[in-house]
Design a protein around this ligand. Structure first.
Ligand SMILES: C[S@@+](CC[C@H](N)C(=O)[O-])C[C@H]1O[C@@H](n2cnc3c(N)ncnc32)[C@H](O)[C@@H]1O
Length: 317
């Protein structure tokens, strides 16, 4: 079946320059677009523009009477998405929706979108490969960079401040809670002893020395993975923002409107699952995914980032 998804030719970043240079491929693109059931002329929210891959597919289906409102906390991502979305493919040049890009957290979605107006809301959580691959942003333990990790460089604490200022107990609790890391106390102790820690590589080294893998399963992931995840979640208040988004989503969606959320770790997925289940119990949603949709082998081969992705969808009643 032709699902109308972009192939190389009209894929933004292919013909229009943009994100492929970072290797960012939108995750679970096909199911996301199918569950959104994008209708021409509707108002759709992309809560996490990133490089605009999902937005592009939404825009293509909306046509000139449609409206796309995109959010991102990261001004660099917003600019990328703007570049990408400003030039429609030639055959849609006269039939491109109105696009508004907002530099804000998606937690503020209800301040920007009128009640019961959205036909769909998509959130593709976490960081983009552009953010991960830019060593200067400090998200990756695989590249030497400053310990920053802020999606919005104008806001709040950096990971460097957290790592060097939190006391050992606070650090251990955060690593345990947001990283689901059982070796949190040992890691926190090693971090405190090694302070000051300035770079991602230095932190990764301290963690690796402190937390040797305890079993075969742990050997498969880098020992710093969970601690880096914890710091990123903490620095960006990711779980609070997600809860805030999910609490207002039923307000901005109109009856029949679709909520689609793609998460990348169990903490996020649990929050989404509970919000959708509670919404269904309260008569706000009809659940469309009994089990989360995951990437097939072909997608995982093409895009390893999709391995941990889980998509859940619901329809506003
Ligand atoms: C996984 S990427 C999205 C990729 C996008 N779907 C695409 O196809 O290119 C997630 C993006 O969401 C942004 N983001 C994460 N949390 C956010 C929040 N609370 N509010 C706004 N944007 C957020 C990140 O800055 C990042 O650019």
């Amino acid at each position: 079946m032709d699902n109308g998804l972009s192939e190389a030719n009209d894929a933004p970043g292919g013909a229009h320059g943009g994100s492929w240079e970072f290797g960012h491929v939108a995750v679970l693109l096909k199911p996301a677009i199918e569950f959104l059931a994008v209708q021409r002329g509707g108002t759709y929210i992309d809560a996490t523009l990133g490089l605009g891959g999902h937005s592009w597919e939404i825009a293509k289906r909306l046509g000139a009477p449609g409206r796309l409102i995109g959010f991102d906390k990261d001004p660099a991502a917003l600019e990328r998405a703007r570049e990408r979305l400003k030039s429609p493919p030639a055959d849609l040049a006269g039939d491109w929706p109105q696009i508004e890009l907002v530099h804000a957290s998606f937690a503020a979605v209800a301040e920007r979108v009128a009640p019961a107006t959205a036909a769909g809301l998509l959130a593709d959580l976490g960081v983009s490969s552009m953010q991960l691959e830019d060593a200067a942003r400090g998200f990756s333990f695989q590249a030497e960079g400053p310990l920053d990790m802020r999606m919005d460089p104008r806001s709040g604490l950096t990971a460097e401040q957290v790592v060097n200022r939190f006391d050992e107990r606070e650090l251990a609790d955060a690593i345990y809670e947001f990283g689901e890391e059982r070796r949190s106390r040992r890691i926190a102790r090693a971090i405190v002893r090694a302070r000051p820690i300035q770079t991602t590589a230095q932190l990764a080294e301290v963690i690796s020395a402190a937390a040797r893998p305890m079993n075969q399963a742990e050997r498969r992931i880098h020992p710093a993975t969970r601690t880096f995840q914890a710091l990123r979640i903490l620095v960006n208040r990711e779980l609070d923002d997600l809860r805030a988004l999910l609490s207002v989503a039923p307000q901005v969606l109109k009856p029949g409107g679709r909520l689609v959320v793609i998460s990348f770790h169990s903490l996020e997925d649990r929050i989404v699952k509970d919000a959708v289940r509670d919404g269904a119990r309260d008569g706000l949603y009809r659940v469309l995914t009994k089990k989360p949709v995951t990437a097939d082998e072909e997608e995982i081969d093409r895009n390893p980032r999709s391995r941990s992705a889980k998509l859940r969808a619901a329809e506003r009643t």
